[in-house]
Each structure stands twice: as structure tokens, then as C-alpha cells.
Design a protein around this ligand. Sequence first.
Ligand code: GLP
Length: 245
Amino acid sequence: MGRDGRLPTSGFKYERIADVIRRDMLDNLLPNDILPSERELADQFGVSRMTVRAAIATLVSQGRVYNIQGSGTYVGSKEVLTKSGALTSFTEDMVARGLRPSSRVICAQRVAATGMIAHRLAVEVGTACTHVRRLRLADEDPMALENVYFPAEVLPLEGVKLAESLYDQLAESGNEAFRSEQEISAIVLDDETAELLEVPEGAAALVVTRVSSTKRGRIIEYARTYYRADRYSFMTTVERESGER
Ligand code: GLP
């Protein structure tokens, strides 16, 4: 059931069941916890076991659960945001997991770069910038809060489609993000951000600070994105550098 005790009304039945399992069960379980059996889920939702099976298959394809033959269905680990150094946008990250990305714009304005922003974007203090603050959602669930600065020359506020992928729009204007310097740290969210991300006050988040540039080395964004720590982990491949040992 949904939070209000009813099933959501749009989409195929199995998709709706998958949605409810994700929201009401997975979010309250830990990785590797076992889910109720197919029969129990079918009884609980008043649907056929075939529908439950299709819902589970959807969740398996999204990496949210995994099956062990003859044993049951288990909660998968958190959604991995970055795999081995791939530079991706929020939109790409969500689509890859079968989730529907969307944005709620909190603020979009033209500002003059102050010391810190100018330094990160490698522009003069006072240079015109586009500042965008958006809550990013996946299947309507808040996932991340982005705070991004672009040189206005690269992404002017006029004409930008704020609800859509900004990386796509940068690429369309010949400024595709090619490389990012990224720092990942942890913080305790302030009350306002916790409320926007729909997590309890005092919850932890992963902060990704990213400075991106084009293939030619032009800096195109300085972003600070807060990701829900209960939903994400970062994965990188590490290798011993030759001659190190
Ligand atoms: C992630 C990055 C941001 C980037 C954004 C672009 O959130 N951390 O630095 O600006 O993706 O996403 P999209 O192209 O979906 O707007």
C-alpha cells in the first residue's frame, strides 16, 4: 500500500506494486534483509503471484533487490552513483536505474561571481554567472539537492530549460562536460535541506563538489550536490600504480 494506505493509480499493476515495495518496504529495510515471500506479498497486495513476480523482476533490473534461487528475495545494496570514474549527469544516473528523473527549481538567477565562485570557475570576481538550485527527484522521490554555478557565457539564464538536463543543454551548445574534479565528503544536513530531501532532521548526506570542464579545458560548472546518504554510495576502482611496490 502507499503511505496513505492505497495503491497509486497510474501505470501497470506490477509497476505500481514495485513502486510500493520500493517506498514502503525497501526504504525501511537494510541491505541483504530478506523480503516477504511471493505468496505473502501477493496476499498483502491482493494481486496474483505473477504480478508480484513481475514487480520483483523490475526491482531486480533496477538493482534494488536480488534473488537467491530457492531462498528468496533480498534487499540490494544502496544505489551506486558513480562507477569507476564515469562522468554522468543526474538524468543519466537515474535513467540507467530505470527511474524517471525530474527537477523542482528552487532558485535560478543571474549573479556576479564572488571570491569563492570566481576562484572555482577561474573567472574574474564580478563575472556574470547563472546560479541554479534544484531539487532532483527520481520517480517523484527527492534524491539530491544541487547548487550549481555556470559562467553566464556558457549557460545564460535566458532560454535555459531548467526542468531538463542541463548537461544535455551544455552539450547542445558545444560545451559538453568532459572531465570533473570531484570531492566527496559527508555532512549533517541542516533542517531546510533535510526537509527538502524528506529525510529526518540531522540525517547525513554525501556532498559532491564538482568542477567540470570541456575537452578543451574550459571550466563550465561549479556544483555542490547533496545526495541522500540512505540512497547512495560511490564506487570506484582502484589499482596499484606501477612501480609503487
Ligand atoms: C549531477 C552533478 C551536477 C550536474 C548535474 C547535471 O547532479 N552532481 O554537477 O550539474 O548532475 O544533471 P542534469 O544534466 O540532469 O541537469
